[in-house]
Design a protein around this ligand. Structure first.
Ligand SMILES: CC(C)(COP(=O)(O)OP(=O)(O)OC[C@H]1O[C@@H](n2cnc3c(N)ncnc32)[C@H](O)[C@@H]1OP(=O)(O)O)[C@@H](O)C(=O)NCCC(=O)NCCS
Length: 281
């Protein structure tokens, strides 16, 4: 039986170890915290390898009926180039039932996504390194730690910015993140940022703000006092913020293509300075 004839099944947290093994097989990091969040927020699908472990995975995270993020498209090296990547993509397209899908593609994934109808609409440049903000970066009225009482305001801001309801994700972030910050003006939440711990670094995201200086202040405040390297995934259109991040020590590490399927991305996206993580937008 060909590997593309094997059934795609919904995976659960009990499959986490095999997901990490598959990531390692493709020289990705075993990002346990990230996978755990994806199991909570999204639907993880996989194909069992008859000789043990997983042959492939894909994650679909729905934001209401109209929008969903696709991530963790992984096929074991031993099963590469047999059509399994395509098969997994067709599976999530079918499951998404007409929703607009988006993802960020590595050069390996891009041709597979193009063949199933995704088009490139942008570029995300992942920056890494030691960020060293100066005190002036952080000066912004209304910038403070987020509290539970801010959640409704954060959810309103996120829904307007991402163009779809992501309340389940916003509710989960305070527990997932190492730090969260808001900007409050006139009793309204106008900015929100978080930083979370990954395997090798801290990831700065999401960063939602109404201006570049507000995004700078959020990032600088979130990063201050953190030990070790950080990662910041920046949409290439945010040239001012990119220039600031590079002046403060971050280095462009790699870039991915932002791709969509079945519509255009909704929301007030120029105020989305960095995603929660590229897997979730
Ligand atoms: C990207 C990835 C998921 C693709 O998975 P895959 O199962 O190899 O993909 P497919 O087999 O469906 O398609 C890949 C290629 O194989 C070809 N192919 C498909 N069926 C084939 C078959 N039966 N025989 C030979 N070639 C075949 C496709 O035409 C395609 O050709 P191309 O690379 O020349 O354009 C896999 O390479 C991977 O896990 N890479 C590392 C992780 C990664 O980068 N993931 C993407 C994140 S955005």
């Amino acid at each position: 039986m060909s590997v593309t004839d094997l059934p795609v099944r919904r995976l659960g947290p009990e499959d986490l170890r095999e997901c990490l093994m598959l990531a390692i097989d493709r020289r990705w990091l075993p990002e346990e915290a990230k996978w755990r969040l994806l199991f909570e927020i999204g639907e993880v699908y996989g194909v069992d390898d008859p000789s043990g472990g997983l042959a492939g995975t894909v994650v679909l995270a729905r934001y209401g009926p109209g929008l969903a993020a696709v991530s963790m498209v992984l096929v074991a090296t031993r099963h590469g180039r047999k059509g399994l990547g395509r098969r997994l993509m067709l599976h999530v397209i079918e499951r998404a039932a007409g929703a607009t899908l988006f993802l960020t593609a590595t050069p390996y994934g891009r041709p597979v996504y193009e063949r199933v109808g995704f088009t490139t609409v942008g570029q995300v440049v992942s920056h890494t390194g030691h960020l060293t903000p100066v005190p002036d970066d952080v000066k912004l009225e209304g910038l403070r730690p987020a509290s539970e009482a801010d959640l409704p305001g954060i959810m309103r801001l996120d829904t307007r910015t991402s163009g779809a309801p992501r309340d389940h994700l916003m509710r989960r972030l305070p527990g997932f993140a190492a730090r969260t910050r808001v900007v409050e003006r006139g009793g309204r939440i106008t900015g929100f940022g978080a930083v979370w711990r990954n395997v090798e670094n801290h990831v700065l995201g999401p960063i939602l703000a109404d201006s570049t200086p507000a995004a700078v202040a959020l990032i600088a405040e979130l990063a201050s006092g953190l030990h070790g390297p950080v990662r910041l995934d920046l949409d290439a259109r945010h040239t001012e913020l990119t220039a600031w991040a590079q002046r403060r020590g971050l280095i462009p590490a790699f870039s991915t293509a932002l791709m969509v399927h079945g519509g255009s991305l909704p929301g007030d996206r120029h105020h989305l300075f960095a995603p929660v993580m590229v897997a979730l937008g």
